[in-house]
Each structure stands twice: as structure tokens, then as C-alpha cells.
Write a protein that binds this ligand. Structure first.
Ligand SMILES: CC(C)(COP(=O)(O)OP(=O)(O)OC[C@H]1O[C@@H](n2cnc3c(N)ncnc32)[C@H](O)[C@@H]1O)[C@@H](O)C(=O)NCCC(=O)NCCS
Ligand SMILES: Nc1ncnc2c1ncn2[C@@H]1O[C@H](COP(=O)(O)OP(=O)(O)OP(=O)(O)O)[C@@H](O)[C@H]1O
Length: 220
């Protein structure tokens, strides 16, 4: 979904049902903590003014946000530095969760379709609301002016395009309880589905059989 359309709210319902969540926004914060290689690259690219040395050198998120949501070139530079680290961390979490026996995993990620990784996801869900509601919810939650909220929305793929690409579309123009009820219906569907087992077999074959034959080929 877009910014502040309700992704975290949707995730919280899955979490309450015991489904593990891989949260891209949370990982994006984790990979930029002072000392990491991503942090060092960011500091080199954007300069000291974007870091608060009085607070241990942490990234000034509001200042960087103001820059990148209004400047596609700078946004590209930021994505080029952060996204490989975010992807790698998400992949590691995914591999770890595969061994926990969970039937399926939720990837809570705002830029799924933009990144093209949607083709690797079994069931894609888009949560959306009208532009005006999205702006108002963001202004209220993040305490930001209208112009900032609008620029964040325009930094992402058009929601109509995301809706076209998604398997399940959740309308969040009503109240939060209505959204939660819709998610519960999705969870019932997922509990009945055989798809996660089929994906596991395919993934297991890729992980097990391909290296086996590769090794056999190398040895011969
Ligand atoms: C620019 C930053 C510092 C602003 O931080 P801030 O705390 O104000 O926002 P936060 O990280 O909570 O993001 C809020 C929402 O903004 C949107 N957003 C964030 N980064 C981007 C981006 N590069 N392009 C488009 N939308 C974005 C997402 O919908 C996200 O859910 C931060 O968003 C960031 O480091 N972005 C780059 C990493 C990224 O792409 N994160 C998105 C998840 S992969
Ligand atoms: N149906 C609703 N009615 C009113 N407020 C809502 C509704 N759904 C969500 N909200 C509120 O809107 C804000 C954004 O919701 P949420 O955090 O779930 O969105 P998000 O898509 O995860 O945001 P982000 O893109 O920033 O990660 C929150 O303050 C949430 O409480």
C-alpha cells in the first residue's frame, strides 16, 4: 500500500494470529544505525549535516525525508545505498523463519511493486484508501504539513497501479474495525490454502536438489 494507508494495521491482525511479520520499515531503521556499513555510505553521500552528532551521530530522518521526498535524484541515491542492505536483511529473516514451521510469512513492505519483488510473493495484498484520507491520516499521525504528506505519496507508484497488480485488495476507507474484519477473512483464506506447502516443496527442491547436482557435475 501507499504511505499511511494501513499496512501496519493489517500486519498487526496477522501478528495477533501468530503469523510472523518481516517489516521493511523497521529493517530500514535497523540498517542505518551508527557504525553499520550502510550508515557510513549514507554519511559519505549526504554529508554530516544529515546526522546528529549530539545524539550519537544518528540519522536526522526528518531532514533526509524532506530532501528525498522532493528530489528523485537524491531518492535514487538513498535507495541505491539502503535497499541492498534492506533486501539482504529481509532475506536472512525469511530463511530463519522457514525453519520455524510457520505456514506463511507476511512481508510488510511499502515498495513491493516498485522493487519488482512482487513476483516472488505467493499472495500480494494491497491496502488502500482515498488520497484525501491518506493525506489526513499521515498529517495527523506524523504531525507534518499537507505538502510533505502529498510529496511522500507522489514518491511512490500510483495506488491504482498497485491495486491492478495485487491479488487481494483491501479497501480502508471505512473504520479500523472494518479493516480488521477484512483481514480476518484473508487469514481464513490463507489457513485453507495449499499454496504455502507447494511453495515450500519448490523452494526445498531448489535449496536441496540444485546444489546436489551442481556438486555432482563439478566432481565428474
Ligand atoms: C527517508 C527516511 C530517512 C525518512 O524517515 P521517516 O522516519 O520520516 O519515515 P519512515 O522510514 O517511517 O517511512 C515512512 C514511509 O515513507 C515511505 N518511504 C520511505 N522511504 C521511501 C522511499 N525511498 N521511496 C518511497 N517511499 C518511501 C514508505 O511508505 C514508508 O512506509 C526513511 O524513510 C528512509 O531511510 N528511506 C529509505 C529506505 C526505504 O526505502 N524505506 C522504505 C521501506 S524499504
Ligand atoms: N480505517 C482507519 N480509520 C482511521 N484511521 C486509520 C484507519 N486505518 C489506519 N488509520 C490510522 O492511519 C495511520 C496510518 O496507518 P498505518 O500506520 O497502519 O499505515 P501504514 O501503511 O503502515 O503507514 P506507513 O506507510 O507510514 O508505514 C495510523 O495512525 C492509523 O492508526
Amino acid at each position: 500500500g501507499g504511505v499511511a494507508t494501513g499496512k501496519s494495521t493489517v500486519s498487526s491482525v496477522f501478528r495477533a494470529h501468530g503469523v510472523p511479520i518481516i517489516d521493511a520499515d523497521q529493517i530500514a531503521r535497523q540498517v542505518v544505525i551508527p557504525g553499520t556499513s550502510t550508515y557510513k555510505k549514507l554519511r559519505k553521500e549526504f554529508g554530516d549535516e544529515y546526522f546528529d552528532d549530539e545524539q550519537g551521530g544518528v540519522l536526522r530522518r526528518d531532514k533526509l525525508g524532506k530532501l528525498i521526498f522532493n528530489n528523485p535524484e537524491k531518492r535514487k541515491a538513498l535507495n541505491g545505498i539502503t535497499h541492498p542492505a534492506i533486501r539482504w536483511e529481509m532475506f536472512k529473516q525469511f530463511l530463519t523463519l522457514l525453519f520455524t514451521g510457520t505456514k506463511y510469512i507476511v512481508f510488510d513492505t511499502p515498495l513491493l511493486f516498485e522493487s519488482g519483488y512482487d513476483k516472488w510473493i505467493g499472495t500480494t495484498i494491497v491496502v488502500w484508501c482515498d488520497f484525501e484520507k491518506e493525506v489526513e491520516r499521515m498529517m495527523k499521525r506524523d504531525n507534518i504539513p499537507r505538502a510533505d504528506a502529498e510529496s511522500r505519496i507522489h514518491a511512490q507508484m500510483d495506488i491504482e497501479e498497485k491495486k491492478k497488480r495485487a491479488k487481494i485488495v483491501l479497501d480502508n476507507n471505512g473504520n479500523i474495525d472494518e479493516l480488521r474484519e477484512k483481514v480476518k477473512e484473508v487469514i481464513i483464506q490463507m489457513e485453507k490454502s495449499w499454496k504455502p506447502y507447494i511453495y515450500r516443496v519448490i523452494f526445498g527442491l531448489i535449496l536441496g536438489v540444485v546444489p546436489y547436482y551442481a556438486l555432482k557435475y563439478i566432481r565428474s
